[in-house]
Design a protein around this ligand. Structure first.
Ligand code: HEC
Ligand code: HEC
Ligand code: HEC
Length: 336
């Protein structure tokens, strides 16, 4: 709070080094949003767009979503139920470039409709069924489980949430000496773009067609995965040049021309952004040469990758691609 622009994160100690503790979120009193855009102001991420309250020495203070709190340390805060609560930390404009914007993506989508939409908390703090959050022998009240929200904050590290994010449809047609594959991906489960948050996140769609012996068929038409899907051995996750498509917001560092980059503390520009907005479907088509006889198989996988492969290798980051959706279709041999 005292030095938002002058704190070196590598020097923090104790509970501060663990991330965002209870005390931070439950001392938020208000968030500052630009009335003309409903978003946080540029260059004002996190604490710079948040009004925090502190108790006097020797006292405590907690802001939270329950309106039956007795006078004392606890204060009712309607804000904690609203997506705006998450806005300061999940929207960041640096050097005039919107680098991450889950909150803005949500605002621009049908999910922000107060009647029919869903809040960030609905999806990321799902109810657990718990009836208490304080032990009964310590005075905890039994509560309606629909008023108690989980704090596990599942994100893109959660396989179940990732699989709920999108729908994958695949159609394969044999057409003489060729097969035609149509792939459609729909963001029908995320309240913002997929992928969202850090511009290092991306999706890789892999389309593989093989003959009865498992040998790959020759691609004749359709998109290929870009250089940044990784150059090298496919067994190690390098998929550049393979049939398929990547979804990402690609930033370029202005001073060096390096792209893609996540170094947004330097000036960057958006080169491209083909991520899937809520309820948007992206379609791609592929044609492979098919041998006259024999069974054929088409395997389509949609992978979530946390960071660009080359960067992750240089940094020594351990990461595992996660399967968001997968389909394998078999085509029987045509009747002789
Ligand atoms: C990232 C911010 C954040 C952090 C960190 C956080 N909370 Fe919460 N907490 C919330 C929000 C938001 C709600 C209200 C959710 C709603 O009602 O939709 C909430 C609700 C609660 C409630 C009301 C009952 C319930 O479960 O909904 C309690 C009690 C609570 N938090 C305690 C804690 C404790 C203890 C910690 C630390 C272990 C903690 N919180 C950390 C944001 C946070
Ligand atoms: C004080 C800033 C702050 C607030 C407020 C905040 N977040 Fe975050 N959130 C972060 C940071 C920083 C990370 C990255 C943490 C990391 O990588 O270890 C994060 C990560 C996440 C993740 C990914 C978790 C994972 O491990 O994959 C989700 C989901 C998320 N936040 C949702 C929310 C929601 C929903 C709210 C509002 C109820 C919220 N956040 C409020 C700062 C915040
Ligand atoms: C309808 C459900 C839904 C709503 C509403 C929703 N999210 Fe998400 N969120 C998801 C899903 C599914 C994913 C996993 C796919 C992805 O990462 O894009 C996700 C991922 C995330 C991540 C993790 C990104 C990462 O790389 O770890 C963050 C951060 C996040 N959401 C923040 C928010 C914020 C902030 C809001 C409200 C402004 C919000 N979400 C609203 C479903 C939702």
């Amino acid at each position: 709070m005292e030095a938002p622009l002058g704190t070196d994160p590598t020097t923090v100690e104790g509970v501060d080094a663990q991330g965002i503790p209870c005390d931070y979120c439950h001392k938020v009193w208000a968030v500052r949003l630009d009335p003309s855009t409903s978003r946080p102001f540029p260059h004002a991420p996190g604490v710079l767009s948040t009004e925090l309250r502190r108790p006097p020495p020797g006292e405590q203070l907690f802001m939270g979503p329950l309106d039956d709190v007795a006078p004392g340390h606890d204060a009712y805060s309607a804000l904690h139920r609203e997506s705006a609560f998450c806005a300061p930390c999940h929207f960041g404009v640096f050097w005039d470039t919107l680098v991450y914007g889950s909150y803005a993506e949500w605002l621009d989508s049908a999910y922000s409709d107060p009647e029919t939409g869903r809040t960030c908390q609905d999806c990321h703090m799902p109810r657990t069924g718990a009836t208490h959050f304080v032990r009964p022998d310590k005075g905890g009240l039994e509560r309606d489980p629909s008023t108690i929200f989980g704090h596990a904050m599942p994100g893109a590290d959660d396989d179940e949430l990732l699989r709920e994010a999108v729908r994958l449809e695949v159609e394969v047609r044999r057409d003489g000496e060729e097969i035609a594959v149509r792939v459609a991906i729909t963001n029908d489960g995320a309240g913002h773009h997929v992928p969202t948050d850090s511009p290092l996140r991306h999706l890789l769609l892999l389309v593989e067609a093989t003959d009865a012996a498992g040998a790959p068929l020759v691609r004749r038409e359709g998109p290929l995965l870009p250089r940044w899907a990784g150059e090298g051995d496919p067994a190690e996750g390098s998929y550049a040049g393979r049939p398929g498509k990547a979804y990402a917001k690609v930033l370029r560092e202005d001073w060096t021309g390096l792209a893609p980059t996540g170094a947004y503390w330097n000036p960057t520009s958006v080169v491209s952004d083909n991520r899937l907005a809520p309820f948007v479907t992206d379609e791609s088509r592929y044609v492979f040469g098919a041998p006259a006889g024999g069974e054929l198989s088409v395997r389509v996988r949609l992978l979530f990758r946390r960071a660009f492969l080359e960067l992750a290798r240089r940094k020594g980051w351990e990461q595992q691609d996660r399967v968001m959706a997968e389909r394998t279709l078999r085509l029987a041999a045509p009747a002789p």
